[in-house]
Design a protein around this ligand. Structure first.
Ligand code: SF4
Length: 598
């Protein structure tokens, strides 16, 4: 048996279905859709986009396809940027030994705009031609992309045949029906038909006039039959599939729920506030927790940054606690991990319920701190209250303080993670340094001798589709220096020993940020540039600004142009852009005024 088959057998032996049972489809006459998930097995199970759609396709009789998953298996061999299978055997899915490149449709979920090049790696691994124009209908799969990394899909416009915008439960099902009908009966041009499905963007149906240095002058549909705008799809709770709210499969070690989708607030810099706010039915989540108990799953992830807004949070936490208590009585430990929360949405009941869970922590955090007990994550975003307000966040400092007081009184929270944004327009040097003071004050407010404060610094990265989308960015190398200044100040404020024992300042590596700068607002040329770098063997996880500047020059692109305030009449993601220009202008003006007042 091959190494790959052995690994897949291991995966199948570990997997437990947590979804309600369904009858397996007979694949004869149906399409084969493969989700390429660029993660190892444990992490792939947390990817609710592809995992939910995989479950939906397989359990819905009138979607004429079966779905499979192909992962970044542990046994794959890395050679520079490329991944290959051991012994040259075909790259296959968990569900079938058939090669991935024999699929009819391939779906790729791209979470982060700094990781778009992973599409190239996955297509190469599968033996699928990278560019849409090189793929032959009937021989090669249709390649469909989705998720937040494609908020500006233009860098991959020549590589993805279709991009699903927003929630894909309906649009992908419709795509499958159309492709299936085409296979059976032929018909008009497939891509043209797909471009008329609400929520599907077909880049090749649009023509762009590119500007020197970067950006576009105009974007036009190639014919009158193509829509001039594409709107993200957001569905009603009843139309969202159950697996949108719960992980459908576990490997026995962890499982999770998404109690809410969207946010009640709409901070200008955040795209979580763009979709309407929706809540999972309590019954769905409670019965899911019961299944986790039945299978003795020891770790529960509540992966919604807006969990405090969930109407039934108390009941859900009580339900989890009852499971944790029963497990504890049998000598087993159940841990709950909760995403970041709005400090002004914490109240005493919430904190009691959370702390009574026993072990709780923060998503994906490796603490490496002495005696971490309870961990909560709060996102003040900026230390200056007026900057917080200018960016549309309604969370007030007093409310954060009150939340910290509650943490102190409870005695069960000793570690607070603070999320701050740096390098944003409107920000002044003093605002950045004040982050250090803020962290020190939080530590003092927590009071306990073993209290810890972790400061996570995020570079301001304007998100397409939000009122900040046109704002200027700061060079990530400079932002890194800002981060170091904050750390230095914090060390000076609290002393080296205290810092070493109770504080940490973290920021993202600059190479990823440089890639995000150009990919989050780039045009179609950026994909070609990524392909060149990838082919030249440049390690894109460690790419430097100099390497990017040089490669961009070869495509007539300027790095700096991607940092600037985008005052262009047309943005690269024009077809998807529905932000109110008056709101954008008003925000930019207010920020410029604040900055000038320094
Ligand atoms: S920053 Fe937080 S509160 Fe604001 S919209 Fe995003 S998730 Fe909601």
């Amino acid at each position: 048996m091959s190494v790959l088959s052995k690994e897949i057998d291991g995966i199948l032996a570990r997997e437990i279905s947590l979804a309600t049972p369904y009858e397996r489809k007979n694949a004869a006459g149906l399409l084969r859709m493969v989700f390429l998930i660029p993660f190892g097995h444990a992490f792939s199970l947390m990817c609710n986009g592809p995992m939910g759609l995989h479950d939906l396709i397989n359990r819905t009789p009138d979607i004429p396809a079966v779905a499979e998953r192909a992962l970044q298996y542990d046994c794959l061999v890395r050679d520079g940027n490329r991944l290959t299978t051991p012994d040259g055997e075909p790259y296959r899915t968990i569900e079938s030994p058939r090669p991935v490149n024999e699929a009819d449709i391939v779906g790729v979920s791209l979470i982060n705009s700094g990781d778009l090049h992973s599409l190239l790696r996955l297509l190469d691994l599968a033996g699928i031609p990278r560019r849409s124009a090189e793929r032959v209908p009937g021989r090669d799969p249709l390649v469909v992309g989705g998720n937040q990394g494609l908020a500006d899909p233009e860098p991959l416009a020549d590589y993805l045949d279709v991009v699903a915008i927003g929630e894909a439960e309906r649009s992908l099902a419709e795509l499958i029906r159309i492709v299936h009908a085409h296979r059976r009966t032929g018909g008009g041009p497939l891509l043209q038909e797909l471009s008329r499905v609400p929520g599907l963007y077909v880049p090749s149906m649009y023509e762009c006039d590119l500007l020197p240095g970067g950006g576009v002058q105009a974007v036009r549909p190639r014919s009158a039959a193509i829509p001039s705008a594409v709107h993200a799809q957001y569905l009603k709770v009843g139309d969202l599939h159950d697996a949108h709210f719960v992980y459908p499969i576990t490997d026995g070690t962890a499982a999770g729920v998404h109690p809410v989708v969207g946010c009640l607030h709409s901070c200008h810099f955040c795209n979580l506030g763009v979709p309407p706010f929706r809540q999972a039915p309590l019954e769905l989540l409670s019965s899911y927790i019961d299944r986790l108990e039945h299978h003795r799953v020891p770790k529960i992830i509540i992966s919604a940054p807006t969990f405090t807004q969930y109407r039934h949070r108390q009941q859900l936490l009580d339900h989890i606690r009852a499971y944790a208590d029963r497990a504890a009585a049998q000598g087993r430990k159940v841990t709950t991990i909760i995403g970041s929360i709005r400090a002004d949405e914490i109240n005493a009941d919430y904190l009691d319920a959370v702390t009574e869970l026993g072990d709780f922590g923060h998503l994906f955090t490796e603490l490496h701190l002495a005696q971490p007990r309870g961990v909560i994550t709060i996102a003040p975003e900026w230390a200056a209250p007026d900057l917080v307000a200018l960016y549309g966040k309604t969370q007030k400092k007093e409310r954060v303080d009150r939340a910290l007081d509650l943490c102190r009184t409870s005695g069960k929270v000793n570690t607070v993670m603070l999320y701050f944004i740096i390098g944003a327009p409107g920000e002044r040097a003093a605002d950045r340094l004040a982050v250090a003071d803020y962290a020190r004050d939080v530590h003092q407010r927590l009071g306990a001798p073993d209290a810890n404060v972790i400061v996570k610094l995020h570079q301001f990265m304007p998100k397409p589709g939000t009122p900040t989308q046109r704002l200027r960015m700061t060079d990530p190398d400079l932002v890194w220096q800002y981060g170091e200044q904050i750390e230095d100040r914090l060390r000076a404020l609290v002393g080296e020993r205290e810092y070493a024992n109770h504080y940490r300042v973290e920021q993202f590596p600059t190479s990823r940020m440089h890639l995000e700068v150009i990919c989050s607002r780039g045009d179609r040329r950026i994909g070609h540039l990524l392909e060149d770098l990838y082919d030249a063997g440049t390690d894109l996880s460690a790419v430097t600004k100099d390497q990017l500047v040089q490669a961009m020059a070869g495509h007539g692109l300027e790095y700096k142009r991607h940092l600037r305030h985008m005052d262009d009449a047309v943005l690269p993601w024009h077809i998807l852009n529905h932000v109110n220009p008056a709101a954008e202008q008003e925000l930019a003006k207010a920020l410029a005024k604040r900055e000038a007042a320094s």
